[in-house]
Design a protein around this ligand. Structure first.
Ligand code: XMP
Ligand code: MG
Length: 183
């Protein structure tokens, strides 16, 4: 049988940890968007699992749409130049847009997306990032309004996050063993 759990060096967030973080973020968002009807924009594919949970923790009218982007160049590093693979189906003019991302590293992907969406005349654009990677000596290009938690500068998988499209189905957040991606 192919390895899955045994490729994980360390579990950083258990299912219970994740549940608590998502509930707290949902409460914050519910409070901030009271009386509004935000459009939650999930960035495919990594944010899908987080978005599915976060939506159900948001207790006000909202809708959801999806965008898929891919960054040019090296797959593991963000170049800040982003290609839209799938655009929104929703018109966002006058809408309160909440972009949902799985993990923020350099912040270049999100920075590009924010500028792009702002150009369409929304009422507001905010970001909810489940994870922020702490990279020594580097400050991310953007500061999300909502942050789940911080993780170390390692390869993070699970709860939607992948390596080579695998591990997205792990119900927890873990650190991938270096020997898996150095192979
Ligand atoms: P930037 O640098 O633009 O990168 O903030 C954000 C995107 O890079 C991906 N990313 C990761 N994906 N494990 C992953 O599965 C990681 O440790 C990791 N670090 C960055 C992610 O797709 C995010 O959208
Ligand atoms: Mg991703």
């Amino acid at each position: 049988m192919e390895a899955l759990h045994s490729d994980v060096k360390e579990v950083l967030l258990s299912e219970e940890d994740i549940h608590q973080i998502v509930s707290r973020m949902g409460e914050q968002i519910t409070r901030d968007y009271a009386g509004k009807n935000p459009l939650v924009v999930a960035v495919l594919r990594g944010a899908v699992v987080f978005t599915a949970d976060l939506m159900r923790a948001i207790d006000c009218p909202m809708s959801v749409d999806f965008m898929a982007v891919s960054s040019y160049g090296e797959a593991a590093k963000s170049s800040g130049v982003v290609r839209i693979v799938k655009d929104l189906d929703t018109k966002i003019e006058g809408r309160d847009v909440l972009i949902v991302e799985d993990i923020l590293d350099s912040g270049l992907t999100l920075s590009y997306l924010i500028d792009l969406l702002k150009g369409r005349g929304p009422a507001s654009v905010e970001v909810a990032a489940f994870l922020v990677k702490d990279v020594t000596g580097k400050t991310p290009a953007i500061e999300p309004r909502y942050v789940g938690t911080h993780v170390p500068d390692e390869f993070i998988v699970g709860y939607g996050l992948d390596f080579a499209e695998r591990y997205r189905n792990l119900p927890y957040i873990g650190i991938l063993k270096p020997e898996v991606y150095q192979k």
